[in-house]
Design a protein. Structure first.
Length: 101
């Protein structure tokens, strides 16, 4: 090897080293960007899970309220039916009394 060949080889290695360092910087930037995305996605996932838990609690509460409302409605329907029958009996008794007079 001549000094010229050695210098050329050194220049080549310096160029390859420079290129490798540049690629490493690009990869490090990509890693940082991806780590930032991972952090954002984790935060979004945690927030979504929190919202989901709150919605489940709200759903159970609304289902209980609905069941209470349905029970009250059923109770009121029974009371209404009972009162309608009593009213019909009272009307029938009044009509019977009026027809006896």
């Amino acid at each position: 090897h001549t000094p010229r060949d050695a210098n050329r080889q050194i220049s080549e290695y310096k160029f390859k080293l420079s290129k490798a360092e540049q690629e490493m910087r690009i990869m490090e930037q990509n890693i940082n960007r991806l780590e930032g995305q991972v952090c954002r996605y984790k935060a979004l996932a945690n927030n979504s899970e929190k919202i989901e838990d709150e919605l489940k609690i709200e759903k159970r509460k609304l289902q209980r309220e609905l069941q209470i409302a349905l029970d009250k409605f059923e109770e009121m329907e029974l009371t209404n039916n009972h009162l309608v029958k009593r009213l019909e009996k009272m009307k029938a008794n009044r009509n019977a009394l009026l027809s006896q007079q």
